[in-house]
Design a protein around this ligand. Structure first.
Ligand code: SF4
Length: 603
């Protein structure tokens, strides 16, 4: 295998970047595969965003490594070009996309959906899967899509995709690669898809599942081809002896020269707005030895390690990470920490790790609202966590706040402002002692209802549970969210050492459309990509409107397009959790040994 070796490329230019910058990019990477093509099946791995963004995505890197590990495959990366380009070419050998009969695409974020259509159009590939020829070729490739989107709600992309890989790459890619390599002549797309969809869990070919709509233009179920499963069962990694880690390192990413290691997948807490707490069920922690093995593979010259899944990791893992980091002298980085799980071991790890900034996520503004969302964090937990973190040496504390949550009122926002004041008061003595006060950054994000969470039923940004399925508009919700942002800005801007960042509620409205969208979203994405029109104009052109998807109130019996995926979570459980939110009732965290309540651990 020609990993990390010098390249010998036949083609010399990368559009918009030129040969030199492409070569320079490759030269500074660690972990890229430069394989000879003869006798191997060419697979292009697409990322629907720039090189910089894609290279920061651990899931994308895992797929790149898994595919290239198989000697029968040559897998090369293709990103959305940073600059205007007339043609797409692979990073490794600068070949055009037309040289690859198989395309894998890894999609993690709703806002990248339109870029999938852009990539297909740029490469001259028919964007609608059903119009591609039955024979698979470079001109008419097989498009396989994976990533979070495939098991959260694949439908908005379903019109463009031949096959979704529903679940985690580690168990799902090897059987698929086997079948593709066995059928190198790739005679019939339909036969291949039918075989996968019929015989194995975790493979979904949307062409065999035709959506139906009622008189109100609401999704009303699927017409399923005879002999196929009614739903597609998600497949997950069953073992805990492998901790995924960075496979490709380059200074040209959002996390430049940061070696990522997974401590586990999912989250046991079950916050009612959060997809990660539901679609990765059961939450899993990797074995301590697996984490250590992964850390040991960090190249000597990389001095920063990013730990994913720190919110729920065990004391045992923290101890071994501390020991390893102590020996290697690396610094650490985490996405966020759970405020009620900051142990002495963790604090000692933080002080050794040169970390200066950390995030904690109250998410709900008030203690009452944190019960609604099942956050399980009291004001005391948050103040105590902030104080202990600052005492351990942190100079920047990020607080995540979500607005537009069910039942939220201005009182909750005012309680949050008071919380910020109380935290500042509590941490002030430590700052004074060392002559530098800790800054608080409040990051405000609007709530978007996500499939497979208890809040999947709730309208975007609305505080009430509505009796009418569509009685509010996205426009009015956006206006109300902007008012809340202005209120927070006004109140927080007068407090010293506090800074606030916020998202654009318009974008979150579209994100909600995409998150809860059905098969009709595909042509809209193609229109946007083809003519550069806004999403609102594209919706109008397609005879759709945002309120059908984003601000609709679903009931327990509503047909939900994403139910085509089977996560083993019972519908009644999600509905019960939704109803509990309005009674401010909390649910305890997962205990996979004893608990059987949602259906996942019954398997
Ligand atoms: S059955 Fe219980 S422990 Fe298992 S995933 Fe569901 S809630 Fe969590």
């Amino acid at each position: 295998m020609d990993r990390k070796k010098k390249s010998r490329h036949r083609h010399s230019t990368l559009p918009g970047q030129g040969h030199n910058s492409r070569k320079a990019r490759l030269d500074q990477e660690k972990g890229s595969y430069l394989k000879k093509w003869t006798g191997r099946l060419p697979v292009a791995l697409l990322y629907p965003n720039s090189y910089r963004v894609g290279m920061s995505n651990l899931g994308f890197q895992i797929v790149y490594h898994l595919l290239n590990e198989d000697n029968r495959i040559v897998c090369e990366r293709v990103f959305l070009p940073d600059q205007k380009a007339s043609e797409l070419r692979s990073v490794e050998s600068s070949r055009p996309l037309a040289d690859f009969p198989i395309l894998f695409c890894s999609v993690s974020f709703e806002h990248d959906y339109v870029n999938v259509a852009k990539l297909l159009l740029m490469a001259g590939i028919e964007p609608l899967a059903e119009r591609r020829s039955d024979a698979i070729s470079g001109a008419s490739p097989l498009l396989v899509c994976g990533g979070v989107t495939a098991f959260m709600n694949p439908e908005p992309l379903a019109a463009m995709v031949d096959l979704f890989v529903v679940g985690e790459a580690e168990p799902l890619l090897p059987p698929l690669v086997e079948l593709l390599c066995e059928n190198q002549n790739l005679a019939s797309r339909n036969e291949l898809l039918l075989k996968l969809n019929r015989e194995k869990n975790g493979y979904y070919a949307p062409r065999f599942y035709q959506p139906e709509y009622d008189a109100n233009s609401h999704f009303h179920g699927y017409r399923v081809e005879a002999g196929l499963p009614l739903r597609i069962k998600k497949v997950i990694l069953e073992t805990k002896d492998r901790a995924a880690h960075s496979q490709l390192l380059t200074p040209e990413t959002e996390f430049a020269d940061l070696y990522l290691t997974e401590l586990g997948r999912g989250c046991s807490r079950g916050c009612r707005f959060c997809t990660a707490g539901f679609i990765y069920r059961p939450a899993r922690l990797w074995d301590k030895d697996a984490v250590l093995t992964s850390l040991k593979q960090c190249p000597d010259e990389i001095r920063r390690v990013g730990l994913l899944g720190m919110e729920m990791t065990s004391e045992e893992s923290i101890e071994s990470i501390a020991e390893h980091i102590g020996l290697q002298g690396c610094s650490l980085s985490f996405s966020s920490l759970r405020a009620d799980r900051i142990s002495e071991n963790l604090l000692s790890l933080l002080s050794k790790s040169e970390l200066k900034s950390v995030a904690i996520a109250p998410d709900g503004g008030s203690e009452r609202l944190r019960k609604v969302i099942n956050k399980g964090l009291s004001e005391t937990d948050l103040i105590s966590a902030a104080t202990r973190l600052v005492e351990a040496g942190l100079f920047k504390l990020k607080l995540y706040l979500m607005i537009g949550l069910p039942t939220e009122t201005d009182r909750d926002l005012h309680e949050f402002i008071q919380l910020v004041r109380k935290i500042l008061q509590a941490i002030k003595p430590f700052g004074q002692q060392r002559g530098r006060l800790t800054q608080i950054v409040v990051s405000v994000n609007s709530f978007a209802p996500k499939p497979w969470t208890p809040f999947q039923y709730h309208p975007f940004g609305e505080s009430e549970r509505l009796s009418d399925p569509v009685s509010i508009t996205g426009t009015s919700v956006v206006k109300e969210l902007k008012r809340k942002i202005t209120l927070l800005k006004r109140e927080l801007s007068v407090i010293s050492n506090v800074r606030m960042t916020f998202d654009n509620p318009e974008h979150v409205l579209f994100q909600s459309v995409l998150a809860r969208g059905d098969r009709r979203i595909g042509p809209l994405l193609i229109d946007m990509a083809a003519s550069g029109i806004s999403w609102k104009r594209a919706m109008k052109q397609q005879g759709l409107n945002a309120d059908q998807f984003a601000t609709r109130q679903y009931s327990e019996n509503s047909y939900l397009p994403w139910r085509i995926i089977d996560h083993s979570i019972s519908d009644s459980y999600l509905w019960k959790e939704y109803c509990k939110a309005f009674k401010f009732e909390e649910t305890v965290a997962c205990d996979t040994d004893l608990c059987r309540r949602c259906g996942v651990c019954n398997d």
